[in-house]
Ligand binder design. Structure first.
Ligand code: TUI
Length: 312
């Protein structure tokens, strides 16, 4: 399955892994890359030196291309932006803001730059300042999200830019991938699907939450603070929603999110922690290896796109 995305990334398949905070570390990234996709290290709120260690760790495990995802509202964003240039990481994706001020530095280091966007305006702006491709992320995604669904976002961005598109949000199998391609994407990014893999180094409880989730189990908190975040419903989302309704201050609300994701991912406290996941968690029923995920995904998508699977 060759597209402009496989050409750009030098991968076997047009599949990338989301840059999930606390989840997307060296082992998962290397496993996805080894399986023919593009694995990513999620820099999230980590300092540059942690990211540098992770980059070197991935290079020890695999010689395949990989990337780093930079969360632009991190206090360490400047620091991490420099580290990826110094380490000559092949690909950078960047979300939760605009990476404009780093693009020249990255391009000078021969890095492929792929901003994650949630709107047409931002996609056009990123194309103008030299992005190589765009991840169009719909509101079905987990974590920090925009307003548009993948279904409406992808075709509108496809019409607005010439650079290739990677669809994200709500995709976990070959049907989702084929649908995204019909909308104009030439690649897919998946996050939640890769949490429920053998190689993901997350707490057992976190994986179980995804495997047990139903279609209606995710909630969005933080709309009032301007930082909407999707996670699976639990005591934490309930508490947050109650405080939001009572008109709690930004500071109070931030207080309960600080450390909440780590609590779920690392400590396994899925009651009080933030179990960030996309709406598609309800579709995910088995823990698989990254290789199984990618093989099943591309083989089904390929069949569907050839028209052979339309009556299955
Ligand atoms: O960034 C994500 N997903 C994330 S970041 C994260 S950590 C976090 N935790 C609490 C609050 C905020 C972040 C967990 N999940 N996905 C990519 C993404 N980018 N989604 C939406 C956007 C986005 C939003 C606004 C991209 C650009 C943008 O531009 C706004 C502007 O004008 O700067």
């Amino acid at each position: 399955m060759k597209t402009r995305i496989t050409e750009l990334l030098n991968t076997d398949y047009p599949v990338i892994q989301g840059g999930m905070a606390w989840v997307a570390e060296a082992h998962l990234a290397a496993a996805v890359s080894e399986a023919g996709g593009l694995g990513l290290i999620g820099a999230a709120n980590a300092p540059g030196e942690w990211v540098r260690e992770q980059i070197r760790e991935v290079k020890k495990i695999t010689s395949k291309p990989f990337g780093v995802n930079i969360m632009l509202i991190s206090p360490y964003a400047d620091d991490v932006a420099k580290v990826v240039a110094e380490e000559r990481v092949p690909v950078v994706t960047a979300g939760a803001g605009t990476p404009e001020k780093y693009i020249k530095m990255w391009k000078d280091s021969n890095i492929k730059v792929i901003p994650v966007v949630a709107s047409v305006a931002m996609a056009k702006r990123m194309e103008r300042c030299g992005a190589d491709a765009i991840v169009a992320e719909g509101t079905e995604a987990g974590g920090h999200i925009g307003e548009n669904t993948t279904m409406v976002l992808v075709p509108q961005i496809a019409d607005a830019v010439k650079i290739p598109l990677i669809a994200a949000g709500g995709i976990a199998d070959g049907r989702g991938m084929a649908a995204a391609f019909m909308l104009g994407a030439e690649g897919v990014q998946m996050g939640t699907r890769f949490i429920a893999t053998v190689e993901a180094q997350v707490h057992r409880n976190y994986k179980e939450c995804i495997l047990k989730a139903k279609d209606i189990d995710s909630r969005v908190t933080g709309r009032t603070t301007g930082h909407p975040v999707r996670a699976l419903r639990n005591q934490m989302t309930k508490e947050y929603t109650k405080l939001e309704k009572e008109g709690a201050s930004f500071e109070e609300l931030e207080q309960i999110t600080i450390g909440a994701l780590r609590k779920a991912v690392v400590e396994g406290d899925v009651t009080n922690g933030s179990v960030m996941a996309g709406q598609i968690a309800g579709l995910i029923k088995d823990e698989l290896t990254c290789k199984q995920v990618i093989q099943e995904l591309v083989s089904k998508a390929d069949t569907l796109m050839k028209g052979a699977g339309s009556h299955e």
